[in-house]
Design a protein around this ligand. Structure first.
Ligand code: TYD
Length: 132
């Protein structure tokens, strides 16, 4: 799979650190929605779906988790996210799951679409057919 990692510039000084996210600059799409996941137990897997249209950018702004991306064409990779200055891009028609959450993990997700249940592919075989 081509590199999905995005490194954000940290603007830090003696007061601490700051990262700015801007649509179509360091976020490679129009941002329609932001949601965040927190309070997830370490033994829980979330996600386990793909989207027909939606692109997402995942950033652990606190703590960490692992993200597995699978393009349905034989490319499957697990990434460790544990820095607030690193994001992973999940393109449309990529199957994604998040697991191994630290107790303090806050996973922020930026998306280029409004929430629409019809955009979800929750069945893996349906996903494989959609990829073809
Ligand atoms: P869900 O898709 O199950 O989360 P995950 O993919 O992390 O396992 O979403 C949980 C609930 O939140 C579900 O009822 C749908 C709702 N939801 C929204 O209303 N808006 C959103 O943007 C998202 C991502 C979920």
């Amino acid at each position: 799979m081509q590199d999905k990692i995005i490194n954000f510039k940290v603007m830090g000084d003696q007061r601490g650190s700051l990262i700015a996210l801007e649509e179509n600059h360091n976020v490679p799409f129009d941002v329609k929605r932001v949601f965040y996941i927190y309070g997830t137990q370490g033994n829980i897997t979330r996600g386990n779906h793909s989207h027909y249209q939606t692109k997402q950018l995942l950033i652990t702004i606190n703590g960490g988790c692992q993200v597995t991306l699978d393009d349905g064409k034989g490319n499957k990779e697990t990434y460790t996210l544990n820095k607030p200055n690193v994001g992973i891009l999940q393109d449309e028609l990529v199957w994604g799951s998040m697991h191994n959450f630290s107790h303090d993990c806050v996973l922020m997700v930026l998306a280029d679409s409004y929430y629409d249940d019809k955009d979800y592919i929750r069945d893996y075989d349906t996903f494989l057919k959609a990829v073809k």
